[in-house]
Design a binder for this molecule. Structure first.
Ligand SMILES: [Zn+2]
Length: 273
């Protein structure tokens, strides 16, 4: 660790950081200088203003990868492809986020940064798209036609959301782009509550997931607390890190809901066609 610390490059004040990395005006110091891919990877081992962002999604990523499969039913009559979709949904946002935050200071510059940002938003789109598949499946159990139509409509909404988010000029625009899939999910959860469809114990975790994800988006939008004391939260506890933690908690609640739904589906297999 001492050798790694000694290898840390001199960090930059905001005014000397690459322009495309100065997106938060209240983070004043701790910027990594542009470097090679290996240099970006070395930044996993010294303190800079993206380190908290890397680990607030890196640690949950390892947790999801190790723990999610064991909590799901896999043997028939469980619906294994739903479990697989959920596993990918849980891992995609933190994995894309870690890659984005590790390599955003690569010397390839603003062009690569835009592609990494699109990758980060792609992870959000994947958890929106695949995360909701079990939620929708359990609203229309054993009705492959209507279920397929609902999944196709929802998938189209998620594609539109990603397109809107990548093209958005602001963080607010990126957050608003995902309103369509969110409203669709809320409608499905409401219908399931009204109709007693699927695991009813899954609905409260789904509602908490939506609230946590929205709160995370709003904290990131508000840039609180660093807005109140610019420079005081450059390394720890700034809005982006808080958003990461809230998103990880949202995925955890999604997982609790989906685990309940998949166990319910395994207990209620469809009759042979
Ligand atoms: Zn992030």
């Amino acid at each position: 660790m001492a050798a790694a610390m000694a290898a840390a490059p001199r960090l930059l004040e905001r005014g000397r950081a690459p322009p495309h990395l100065r997106f938060n005006p209240f983070v004043l110091s701790g910027y990594r200088p542009a470097s090679s891919g290996a240099g970006c990877l070395r930044s996993l081992f010294y303190l800079h203003n993206e380190l908290g962002n890397i680990y607030t999604h890196g640690v949950p990523l390892v947790g999801f990868l190790l723990l999610v499969p064991g909590a799901l039913p896999w043997a028939p009559p469980a619906v294994a492809w739903l479990g697989l979709a959920h596993y990918v949904a849980c891992a995609a946002p933190p994995l894309a986020s870690v890659v984005y935050h590790v390599f955003m200071s690569h010397r390839a510059g603003a062009g690569l940064y835009r592609r990494l940002l699109a990758l980060d938003l792609g992870g959000v789109a994947v958890v929106n798209a695949l995360g909701a598949v079990p939620i929708i499946y359990c609203a229309l159990p054993c009705r492959p036609g209507p279920c397929g139509a609902a999944l196709a409509a929802y998938g189209a909404l998620c594609g539109l959301a990603l397109w809107g988010a990548v093209g958005a000029a602001s963080r607010g625009g990126r957050l608003a782009a995902f309103a369509g899939p969110t409203l669709f999910r809320l409608a499905v959860v409401g219908l399931r509550a009204a109709g007693g469809l699927g695991a009813q114990g899954a609905l409260a975790p789904y509602a908490r997931m939506e609230a946590l994800a929205l709160l995370g988006g709003l904290v990131n939008l508000a840039r609180v607390p660093e807005r109140w004391r610019p420079g005081a939260f450059d390394y720890w506890a700034n809005s982006h890190q808080l958003m990461h933690l809230l998103v990880a908690l949202a995925i955890l609640h999604l997982h609790w809901g989906v685990a309940a739904d998949l166990h319910w589906a395994a207990r209620h297999p469809c009759p042979p066609a």
